[in-house]
Structure formats: structure tokens, C-alpha cells
Design a protein around this ligand. Structure first.
Ligand code: SAM
Length: 245
């Protein structure tokens, strides 16, 4: 469970709110049950339940978790809004595969048109999905989700990243995958990578031109055209294979 505070050694940790509800009502854990707590500074400890009260679970620390669960690249998955609930699916699976953050933005061919109210609701739902997936995968980072209402706002974020890669099917058709290989071979540990994926209709030339003006590179992900929800998972799996296996 992710805890919204920094790690500080204590004899008893008190868990309330949503994690309390999940531990007692969903998982129906009893005294003696063990699980992991993840603090906001990414410290992970294994704990055991020593008491269950009406609004709190009390646990004690048993051991520190030392196995690194995070990719050595912080990969932000940015998607032009795909149809229906595909973004939910992307957030869940890409969190399992190690994505550091998610950004949604309206691409020119995005079919869905969400107003601010709908975006706020959707962002809340996606954040919940990311949290559950991160807990399930025992991540030590809880990926944040930002849903934007304008593509121009998205372009202003590029400067925050060390490397911006646009997954582009036209590059794939030309066999241009060198940028991905280059990324895998040369990028430094802990670099921040922004990986951008189009919706079902892909990107229009005017969009890729705008991305290129902001120092992005276009890249194919192998010879087959993948669905909008498959492409981010392919990239994360390729990075994991290269860096972790
Ligand atoms: N309508 C597009 C076409 O047929 O050319 C396909 C768009 S694809 C379903 C959705 C998104 O996935 C693309 O915008 C791209 O970001 C990514 N994508 C899918 N296959 C890819 C590949 N082989 N290489 C790079 N990106 C790919």
C-alpha cells in the first residue's frame, strides 16, 4: 500500500483511510497477515498486522525491501486520447510494466471529446487504476496521471524531459527503428523519457511537425502496426528486456 508520508522508523505504523478499507474489507486480512508499505520517498518495508481497530490497522516493520522494482529510465507514457476505455487499460498494463507517469492529450484524430469536468473525473479514475496496478506489481513509484485539454499545453512539457520519442507508424513502414535502439543503447540511468503514442487514427503530419520542432524524434516500433493500446506496452517491454533481463 502507498502511504502519503516519508519513511520514519517507528515501532507501530497506523494505517487509515482507503488502505485501511482495502486491508480489512476487501482483503479481509487478520492479525499476523503481512504486506508491503511504500512511503512517498520510495522506501518499501514489509509489515505485519498487530492490531485491527474501528478505523485503523496497526502494523510493525519486519524487514526492508531492497529489491529494485523500478526501471532505470523514468518513462512517461503520453497518449493521444484513444476511444472508450482503452486508456484505462493502457494505464493498468503500463503501470505493471514500469511506466513512471501518464499524460493524456487530445490528438487531431482523437474521436473522444472530453470537457474539463469529464477530464477531471477520468483523471481520478485513471489515478485509482494506476494505484491499484502499482500495488499489485509491488512498485515503489506510484505513477501520476495528467489529462490535458489542449495539445498546445502538451507541447510545453517537452522541455522537462531528456529524450522525447514519438512512436510513428510511418517510421515503422520505412523500417526506421534506429531511434529506439539508440535510446536503449545510449540513454543514461535515471533519464526522463517522454514516449508519445497516437490514437487509433495515428498522428497527422502537422502534429509530427510540431513534435519535431520541439526536439522530438520519430521512431518505428518494429514492422507490424500495433493498436493504440499495444504500442506503449511494446515499448516498455522492449526497455525492460534490454535493461533488466
Ligand atoms: N492509422 C495508423 C496507420 O495505420 O498508419 C495506425 C495508428 S496505430 C493503431 C496507433 C498508434 O500506435 C500510432 O499513432 C503510433 O503511435 C503507435 N504505433 C502502432 N504501431 C506502431 C509501429 N509499428 N511503430 C511505431 N508506432 C506504432
Amino acid at each position: 500500500y502507498f502511504i502519503d508520508e516519508k519513511y520514519e522508523p517507528k515501532t507501530t505504523y497506523k494505517i487509515s483511510g482507503e488502505p485501511y478499507h482495502h486491508i480489512t474489507h476487501v482483503m479481509r486480512m487478520k492479525e499476523g497477515a503481512q504486506f508491503y508499505l511504500v512511503f512517498s520517498d520510495q522506501v518499501v518495508i514489509q509489515v505485519e498486522i498487530i492490531g485491527i481497530y474501528s478505523h485503523e490497522v496497526h502494523v510493525k516493520e519486519i524487514a526492508k525491501e531492497n529489491q529494485e522494482k523500478e526501471l532505470s529510465l523514468a518513462i512517461t507514457v503520453a497518449c493521444g486520447y484513444p476511444k472508450g476505455d482503452k486508456f484505462e487499460w493502457i494505464v493498468q498494463k503500463a503501470t505493471e510494466l514500469g511506466a513512471a507517469e501518464f499524460i493524456g492529450f487530445p490528438a487531431k484524430t482523437s474521436v473522444v471529446k472530453w470537457d474539463e469536468k469529464k477530464l477531471a473525473k477520468k483523471q481520478q479514475r485513471l489515478a485509482k487504476i494506476a494505484r491499484e496496478a502499482a500495488e499489485q506489481s509491488q512498485r515503489s513509484v506510484l505513477p501520476k496521471v495528467h489529462l490535458l485539454s489542449k495539445q498546445e499545453d502538451f507541447l510545453t512539457l517537452f522541455s522537462h524531459y531528456d529524450y522525447v520519442l514519438v512512436a510513428y507508424e510511418e517510421s515503422a513502414k520505412q523500417g526506421e527503428t534506429a531511434e529506439l535502439v539508440h535510446l536503449l543503447q545510449t540513454v543514461q540511468n535515471n533519464s526522463r523519457v517522454l514516449a508519445i503514442f497516437g490514437p487509433e487514427g495515428g498522428f497527422l503530419p502537422e502534429e509530427t511537425t510540431a513534435f519535431l520542432q520541439k526536439q522530438a524524434v520519430l521512431c518505428g516500433l518494429g514492422p507490424r502496426i500495433l493498436r493504440a493500446e499495444t504500442a506503449p506496452l511494446y515499448l516498455l517491454s522492449a526497455v525492460s528486456y534490454h535493461l533488466e533481463l
